[in-house]
Ligand binder design. Sequence first.
Ligand SMILES: [Fe+2]
Length: 255
Amino acid sequence: MYSEELDLIRAQIRQRSQRGEFHLRNAEVGTPVFLVHNEGLTLVLRGILAACREPTHCLTDITTLSSVTMPDIVIETRRERVEELLARYREQIGIDFDGYRNHVYRCVTYAMHFLSGSPDYQQLVETAFVYHDIGLWTDHELAYLEPSEAVALADNERYGWGLDADALRGAIHWHHKVFRYKGEHQEVIEACRKADWIDASKGWIRKGMSRTAIAKVESTFPNCGFHKSLMRLARDYGGSTLIGGWKVTRGIVKW
Ligand SMILES: [Fe+2]
């Protein structure tokens, strides 16, 4: 199993166990641990490495899993907040609107799956994705991360949403980061980063997401020419596809 798949499973189990959806049985050092889902699903985990006082802490030390069942991806076909926020920029986004909207929906769906659907993150994730590429249309910029962050933070103030500004900025700022983000708001920033990589690569990069889940999400929210729009914008703003592509790469990729 790839380490990113293991990461995803660990995160899902940790969050669900913290929410009381699982309880631990036979949690002794050095023995297999059985996690029992409240509805009777049993997950058998091995590799608890060290003594730990809190069972949920043990879960961070899982190294191998002998059997695990992942929950299906939840697809919400209409998100009121996404619709409301995007509507303000409909005219500016113009002919690219349907494509961008569906890209936002796909990314939100992936990110929320990484976050086990946690309602604590929903507003932030939906907002971050509505704004994450918006600088392409509001500022006509190929280095669009910083302009997108600025628009998001300004609207957060103007409309009094009260979202954590650092988390919102971070989710946008790091969404093209090549390597794992470590630091404050890591859980949500990582979920958004992985989600955008999956969609930007049209599922070529999966970040632990199953092929079936990606296919389901892609067929629910069709591409509507989104990736072509990106090529066109790179060419229009950059002077040519090649120079534009280079400018995009230099402007938006973070290591
Ligand atoms: Fe994007």
